[in-house]
Design a protein around this ligand. Structure first.
Ligand SMILES: [Zn+2]
Length: 78
């Protein structure tokens, strides 16, 4: 069950509740300390991590309930 307040997975077409936060940074576009975040359900964590990982963007994968949004970072859907 999800509600409008429940963060959902960033994977395309997925409406599952997010469990993981993927923090990433594109060094060509962002200052090194800046973090963009995607959210992932248990099923899509691997897929989204790989997508970012092969590009060298992935910095951190943290459980949503342990995630503290760094100042200046943004949440974004792919
Ligand atoms: Zn998902």
């Amino acid at each position: 069950m999800t509600s409008p307040e429940t963060p959902t997975c960033s994977a395309k077409g997925c409406r599952d509740a997010a469990v993981w936060v993927l923090a990433w940074n594109n060094p060509k576009l962002h200052a090194p300390e800046r973090r963009k975040t995607w959210l992932a359900c248990a099923e899509h964590r691997e897929h989204l991590s790989q997508f970012l990982g092969v590009r060298g963007f992935l910095k951190d994968v943290v459980r949503l309930d342990e995630w503290v949004q760094p100042e200046g970072s943004e949440r974004e859907r792919p």
